[in-house]
Ligand binder design. Structure first.
Ligand SMILES: Nc1ncnc2c1ncn2[C@@H]1O[C@H](COP(=O)(O)OP(=O)(O)OP(=O)(O)O)[C@@H](O)[C@H]1O
Ligand SMILES: [Mg+2]
Length: 292
């Protein structure tokens, strides 16, 4: 059931310890607070995302990961704190203006137009992003730049074989691939992925993992995920969130060996058979990190 990830070579092996933080900061959150009535979902969170980042945000259910993404993208207004994108204050900008500036996300729960095909969905997104939103159906087939971009995205996200099928008929893994392709169609500089593997059956995970690994190197990615195979194969930097606050941040080796992190999330070094307390389904459960 559980995989001792400590025995696997982490992604940062052989790199300088500060390799993931040497690049300039693209997205910076400082002192973010979000209160819902009496509940503090986000508690003074500060986080820097560097150019080309492969940064994972992990933590137990209810830790505030999705809330943080919602604050960063403007779906929720921060109660306190500040968000800078390329040094510019975007704390009070509406979501669509953040997308325009290159801050794009995917959702934890799949959100797609079920009756559209992947090609139509991407054509609409690409055309809209290029200011041709009202005429996207004309752009589809007639506009060479739009067509080329769609073809490129369909190929990159392994969707060519299903591009003309209504989205509702696609396997769940393909739907999740389409979601990330849509985000990429917005030409992001920063991409926030909220549990891209959640709910994807085992047989379809490999394709998704490979695609996430092949995301453009210049895009800065913040990944929320409970799947520790994906997290540890992907991330060069990790932030652990617990009860709305940052417990710690570090490279994968530091996080894997942090006793506090093991205690609250990744498993218990003393009792390897204890599953982490976690109400999620099996597909989204964190796997135990170390058998101590
Ligand atoms: N709109 C809301 N109103 C009230 N409370 C909320 C709201 N959104 C989130 N919360 C609360 O904020 C806390 C953090 O929730 P959040 O969804 O951000 O956690 P999460 O880390 O994404 O969890 P999961 O791993 O299950 O997706 C929870 O206690 C949740 O109940
Ligand atoms: Mg969440």
């Amino acid at each position: 059931m559980s995989t001792p990830l400590v025995n696997k070579p982490p992604g940062t092996a052989g790199q300088a310890p500060d390799a993931a933080t040497a690049a300039p900061v693209v997205l910076s959150a400082s002192g973010l607070v979000k209160r819902f009535g009496g509940i503090t979902a986000t508690s003074h969170v500060s986080l820097d995302l560097h150019q080309g980042a492969r940064h994972a945000l992990i933590g137990p259910n209810g830790a505030g990961k999705t809330t943080l993404i919602n604050l960063l993208t403007g779906v929720l207004d921060a109660t306190e704190g500040r968000i800078l994108l390329d040094g510019e204050d975007i704390t009070r900008l509406p979501p669509h203006q953040r997308v325009r500036r290159g801050l794009v996300r995917t959702f934890q729960i799949n959100q797609l137009f079920d009756n559209f095909t992947p090609l139509q969905t991407l054509a609409m997104t690409v055309a809209q992003h290029r200011g041709q939103g009202r005429r996207w159906w004309q752009a589809l087939g007639a506009d060479r730049a739009v067509n080329e971009r769609c073809e490129q995205l369909l190929a990159e996200f392994r969707l060519l074989g299903v591009m003309d099928q209504p989205t509702r008929t696609l396997a769940y893994g393909k739907r999740r691939l389409l979601e990330i392709a849509i985000a990429l169609a917005c030409e992001p500089r920063v991409l926030l992925l909220d549990e891209p593997v959640a709910g994807v059956p085992a047989g379809e995970r490999e394709e998704l993992l490979r695609t996430v690994a092949e995301l453009p190197a210049d895009v800065s990615v913040l990944l929320i995920e409970h799947d520790m195979d994906l997290v540890f194969s992907f991330a060069k930097r990790m932030t652990v969130l617990v009860n709305g606050a940052v417990l710690t941040e570090g490279d994968p080796v530091q996080i894997a060996n942090d006793p506090q992190v093991k205690a609250v999330y990744l498993g218990h070094g003393d009792s390897p058979s204890d599953p982490p307390s976690h109400p999620h389904t099996a597909s989204t459960q964190p796997q135990e990190l170390s058998h101590g």
